[in-house]
Design a protein around this ligand. Structure first.
Ligand SMILES: [Zn+2]
Length: 209
């Protein structure tokens, strides 16, 4: 029989803590600022044993110096300490900080895929797309099409939904409106729900699943 969720957490954390029960043991642990992007959702939380994690966050026990790699949800759920400039953050600010770190890992993974692509293909559009993405953290609809298409063709590992698309300016809306449907479908995974609605109001249709 599989151990229950609270029992699993206790089994994983108590031997590495001084306190002999929960929640006291949680007070000894804090986020170390170390993160890992495993690039695929293949890892397990060493605290609750949740599977299919892509991002690991390291926690450390200040009394025993033991460390564990966990999911951000566990840090928030058990209110493990998260610091900023030596100050312990409120749970709202801790959540915001971990979300920002996750967002940074997503941006970094997009940039590294784009760099690999620009190195693999002498296409003058790609360095410009990379420059644009570094600055705006988004791609124009036209850049998004070229980038996602060429990443796919070159078989470069990437997460299409991490590439956000800029669609506030009229010019970019016009470019999306004029785009052939096959190109719209190429950027579809990168569009938000609201952007997909906009695309459909322009006369495009969703890809068939
Ligand atoms: Zn967990």
């Amino acid at each position: 029989m599989t151990a229950s969720y609270p029992a699993r957490v206790a089994t994983n954390i108590l031997p590495k803590s001084v306190a002999d029960k929960l929640p006291e043991a949680f007070e000894e642990w804090s986020f170390t600022e170390e993160t890992i992007d495993h690039e695929q959702a293949i890892e397990t939380c060493q605290l609750c044993e949740q599977e299919e994690l892509r991002y690991h966050f390291e926690i450390r026990n200040r009394l025993t110096s033991h460390t564990l790699w966990v999911g951000s949800q566990c840090i928030l759920k058990f209110e493990l300490s998260v610091f900023e400039a030596g100050r312990k953050l409120s749970s709202t600010d801790a959540k915001r900080k971990l979300e920002r770190l996750t967002q940074k890992m997503r941006l970094d993974s997009c940039i590294s895929a784009l760099e690999r692509l620009a190195a693999a293909e002498p296409n003058p559009i790609l360095p410009n797309a990379l420059k644009y993405f570094r600055q705006h953290k988004r791609l124009t609809p036209k850049f998004a099409f070229v980038v996602l298409w060429r990443l796919r063709v070159n078989n470069i590992d990437h997460s299409p939904s991490f590439f956000k698309v800029e669609l506030k300016r009229d010019l970019h809306k016009q470019h999306l409106r004029d785009m052939p449907l096959s190109q719209v479908h190429e950027i579809w995974p990168a569009l938000t729900g609201a952007q997909r609605q906009t695309a459909m109001r322009m006369g495009h249709s969703a890809p068939k699943t």
